[in-house]
Design a protein. Structure first.
Length: 205
């Protein structure tokens, strides 16, 4: 059976990237979809690992060719998910995780109703600002824009299946893994996994 598509979204600074990285380390069966973006890489970001970095012109041409599963303008930059890469991985029976914003999540859900969507909240606005400033990689204007944009992001949190508050990292990670585990234990998944066992148990003596 095809894999499950997970969406994780959050306002910038809520800890989405750290949580998903930790989740993937503990759940190696889930593949991370590496998004495309038109922005320049930050220090220590690697092309093909953190994002596929392309020019705005190349990104817009990819949109015209219909190469994206979803795409949106996020903080002034274009971001999108490769349609072929996601569909191929799911068809192989492997789960896929998308780190995208609410706009992209809405597009994906419209195409795949069985998607599992998770929104991560910060414990407070003050903590959100502290985390953004702790990065020490963005200008004051960028920080202020991200704080302003966070209000719109959070306004769409109710559209998601699950809400997590990233106050205590270990607790938030445990809750994130619990969502994945509950999905893996669904009847349809378990029937496929234990088809031979079920057949044996139902066989007449």
């Amino acid at each position: 059976m095809p894999g499950t598509l997970y969406i994780v979204a959050a306002p910038s600074g809520a800890g989405k990237t750290s949580l998903t990285k930790a989740l993937l380390e503990q759940e190696p069966g889930i593949a991370l979809s590496v998004s495309y973006t038109s922005r320049l890489p930050r220090p220590n970001e690697v092309d093909g690992v953190h994002y596929h970095f392309v020019s705005r012109g190349v990104f817009e041409e990819m949109i015209r060719r219909g190469e994206f599963f979803e795409h949106a303008v996020v903080h002034g930059d274009l971001k999108g998910t490769s349609r072929v890469a996601v569909e191929r991985t799911l068809a192989q029976g492997r789960d896929v995780l998308l780190e995208i914003d609410w706009q992209g999540a809405r597009q994906v859900r419209a195409q795949m109703a069985d998607t599992v969507s998770i929104f991560i909240l910060p414990p407070s606005r003050a903590e959100l600002e502290r985390r953004l400033r702790a990065r020490a990689s963005d200008s004051e204007d960028v920080i202020r824009r991200r704080l302003a944009d966070s209000r719109e992001d959070i306004a769409h949190a109710e559209e998601f299946d699950y809400l997590l508050v990233n106050d205590d990292f270990a607790a938030a990670l445990k809750e994130l893994r619990a969502i994945v585990t509950s999905r893996q234990l669904r009847s349809a998944s378990q029937r496929a996994r234990y088809a031979a066992l079920l057949s044996d148990l139902l066989r007449e003596a």
